[in-house]
Design a protein around this ligand. Structure first.
Ligand SMILES: C[S@@+](CC[C@H](N)C(=O)[O-])C[C@H]1O[C@@H](n2cnc3c(N)ncnc32)[C@H](O)[C@@H]1O
Length: 225
């Protein structure tokens, strides 16, 4: 096969067809994750590739955007973002070491199909972090995806708090569950999509943006309790 010099030219779906996935992690890995992040946090499921294309088309990332998948599993969504869109950078943040390893393996498979220019583009545009989404750096992030369906409530609330505190450049936040109070007032809904996931053919995706500071209701005291 001819080595590709651009991510746009890769048939990434074919390359990753038999790559390790996010389901095949051991019991110890799941237990460690749930010890840190709460019961239910290790539950796995993915946005299906065609649905991910629809999401990415809707978000319409440009070269100025930084897209982050908080809880990125096998890394398919950030990989798809750099292969199919103009996004400047895509980041996958995953706490499970097994799932992070699967994502790293997927990235290595892409790299092996590319020439030096292609590998340089991959290294520059795709970042995979094995860390807690509640502590990850979000300073330059503009677009966030969070598949929150199985997240325990405290994890989801802590994620919203972290995003509010750290993602100062945020444009859009897409989640698979509605934002809990008070975060539904800090971020305002801008629309919703129904997308196919591995657990439902029509998962509702909630898209929100930060309200301007001037219009956020006075909730600071409530948020702190
Ligand atoms: C439902 S999967 C989503 C996979 C992928 N993002 C998608 O939408 O197709 C949720 C992922 O979040 C990860 N996760 C759970 N708690 C986390 C935490 N505190 N920090 C980072 N990742 C976490 C799980 O291991 C799992 O891989």
């Amino acid at each position: 096969m001819t080595a590709r010099s651009s991510l746009r030219d890769l048939d990434w779906r074919a390359l990753l067809r038999d790559a390790p996935n996010g389901y095949d992690v051991g019991a110890d890995d799941r237990a460690a994750l749930e010890w840190h992040a709460g019961k239910g946090a290790a539950t796995y499921g993915e946005l299906l590739p065609d649905a991910a294309s629809a999401l990415l088309a809707w978000l319409a990332p440009t070269t100025s955007d930084v897209f982050v998948d908080l809880g990125s599993g096998s890394g398919r969504l950030p990989i798809q973002a750099v292969c199919e869109t103009a996004v400047g950078r895509a980041v996958g943040v995953e706490l499970s070491t097994g799932r992070h390893a699967a994502a790293s393996r997927a990235r290595d498979l892409l790299a092996s199909a590319m020439d030096d220019d292609g590998r340089a583009e991959l290294a520059q545009r795709l970042e995979l972090r094995c860390e807690d989404l509640r502590a990850t750096a979000l300073d330059d992030v503009t677009l966030i995806w969070m598949s929150s369906t199985a997240f325990p409530e405290p994890l989801f609330a802590a994620a919203c708090r972290h995003i509010d505190a750290r993602a100062g450049r945020l444009r859009l936040l897409a989640t698979t569950t509605a934002l809990p109070p008070p975060w539904d007032r800090v971020f305002e809904a801008v629309g919703s999509l129904h997308l196919a996931t591995t657990w439902s053919p029509r998962t509702r995706v909630h898209v929100a943006r930060r309200r301007s500071a001037a219009t956020v209701p006075p909730i600071a005291a409530e948020a702190a309790t």
